[in-house]
Design a protein around this ligand. Sequence first.
Ligand SMILES: Nc1nc2c(ncn2[C@@H]2O[C@H](COP(=O)(O)OP(=O)(O)O)[C@@H](O)[C@H]2O)c(=O)[nH]1
Ligand SMILES: [Mg+2]
Ligand SMILES: [Zn+2]
Length: 305
Amino acid sequence: MKVNNKNLGLVTKKFNDFFLVDLKNQETYLNSEKFLCKVRKSINFKNQLIYVGDEVEIKNIDLKSKRAVITSVKKRKNLLVRPSVANISNIYITFSVEEPALNLSQVNRFLISAESIGVEVSLVLTKCDLISDKSRYLLIDKFEKWGYKAITLNLEKSDDFNNLLVELKQKECSIFMGPSGVGKTTLLNMIIPGLQNNTAPVSNKIKRGKNTTRNVELFSVSHQSYIVDTPGFNMQPLEISINLLPNLYSEIHKQVIEEGIKCKFRNCLHLNDEGCNLNKSFERYSFYKEMIESAKSHCYQNQED
Ligand SMILES: Nc1nc2c(ncn2[C@@H]2O[C@H](COP(=O)(O)OP(=O)(O)O)[C@@H](O)[C@H]2O)c(=O)[nH]1
Ligand SMILES: [Mg+2]
Ligand SMILES: [Zn+2]
């Protein structure tokens, strides 16, 4: 049996010349069925790369052999570089509170680089069994001031994990990003039963090297809800235009947008006090300043401003 109308699909995995595609929004018999697709030869988008997470049009759907042909790629909302995955809706920046210990400057860099993608960003703190409740509340407080409601997880308590799971099932496509050893794979294995990726204690990881060569893959966590299984380490290269940086800090964004503060110069980077009306007494200000200085030295400044 062959269906010949064009259908929309989601690329969930990529091999050399093949793509695994989930058919979207179809009658129940087609739903969540994976099709092995090739790119149509004659088509001129051949040179354009197709990424996991891309929405594609497929034709020549063969329900028996589960094969189809990709005829075009829809415009993508965003594209992560490391790992290469398109159309993310949610980034969960993941750090452990201990083992390895929380490095605030690194947390900040991950958060800001995630914010630059323009999607919803959340913060997950793992291994909370290793700290007291009091320390945990202090951290929640701290990150609230940064503009994030931290999700704190404890392998021995399932409540918070279950809440996270409910949340993930409502998001389109989520990804966990963070340094090695914080428990991302452990978390993914709990979210996607049957995945069973290898987890490793931090010390083993360092001996072994952190990267694996496995490909990135999307897993369905509910009807129309996906999660990215990431191979090993991931951190987006931080190449953000200087003029966009202030807005990525909620402490600054709030003052400018909600409180309507105005500085003397329109594109004020809020570095000096002269003509600058930003209240700089927030914890991340020093991180912000460092980031601006470093961006300046890398010349990512927007030329037209
Ligand atoms: N104490 C504690 N250890 C954890 C927790 N989650 C993960 N781990 C351990 O942390 C180590 C690294 O976990 P893994 O999932 O491989 O981290 P990844 O590198 O981020 O994927 C493993 O030994 C896990 O058993 C947790 O909530 N509490
Ligand atoms: Mg891992
Ligand atoms: Zn200013």
